[in-house]
Design a protein around this ligand. Sequence first.
Ligand SMILES: O=C(O)CCC(=O)C(=O)O
Ligand SMILES: [Fe+2]
Length: 322
Amino acid sequence: MTTANSRTARAHFHPTTARAPVSLPPMPGEQQAQAAYPPVDLERSWFDGDELLFEREGGFDRALAKGFFLLRIPDGLDTGPGDRFAAHFHEDPASDDLDPYRGYRHADVPGTYQGYFDREHDQWENFYIERVNWSLLPPEVTELGHRMTGLGVAVLCAVLRHVQVPQDLWSEVSGGLSDNGGHQMLAFNHFRSQKETRGCKFHRDSGWVTVLRSFEPGLLALIDGELGAVNPEPGHFIVNFGSSLEVLTSALPRPVRANVHGVVSTERSAGRADRISYVTFLDSALDGTVYRLDHGTAHPVQSVADFAAQEVSRTYDNDGAL
Ligand SMILES: O=C(O)CCC(=O)C(=O)O
Ligand SMILES: [Fe+2]
């Protein structure tokens, strides 16, 4: 049961959230991508208390329009446990100190969209785990999960403030996320270079804000109709926005973009470790509603459950359409 207030219209869903189809080339290999797609000039930001500050004048608006930006990793936030987990979750135990980070291929994680996934069409294999199950992780990985999702929620609140979504609507339209509720997933990615296929399909993230830790190039994003490389910067997370935020803000003067992105095929070479990355995905609670805001009223578009099912199936199938 949702508690609709006077500026939240009653649930009466429009039949679809379909956006204009985008056409993309087949996912390139990494050398081809390096030659063809220049790095995107990402805005750099940091938190001062709960204020999100950008290095350059107008940086906040450009970050929202590009859908990707860099966020400085706060002092004292130790990413080491997550870096280790991403590197080892898929391995079998080997009787050494790293064993708490291994063996997750067979972990039994309750709930939807969770656990280990061997993606048939992609190099990546994933381990997804929602906050209710983080007690299954090494405690220092759980701690990092809370820090990263805390940053993501703070980014969401800063964005909602910046685009002037009335604060009394935040909790309802974000399915509880702005109050640190909602659905908070840690997702670890290992790209198996021995598979001769794309790294992962071009996709949009379905929720609100994604906080990404990656270590090397390979991520391509479609920004203003051009594919570009979204490369990591030491000491920074990459932040990108999900479809729920794009739908919510689509009728506002400063719409936020949830841009399509994917990872190139990485090549196997001697002495080179496989590409790894990890993210926190922040979504509405699954029993919530996706809204579009127009003239101060939040209009229901679709149930979060249907929206998530749609977005998830197009992320991992083998169909080029988006
Ligand atoms: O590995 C990357 O750079 C991107 C990962 C990603 O897009 C995702 O996990 O949704
Ligand atoms: Fe993604």
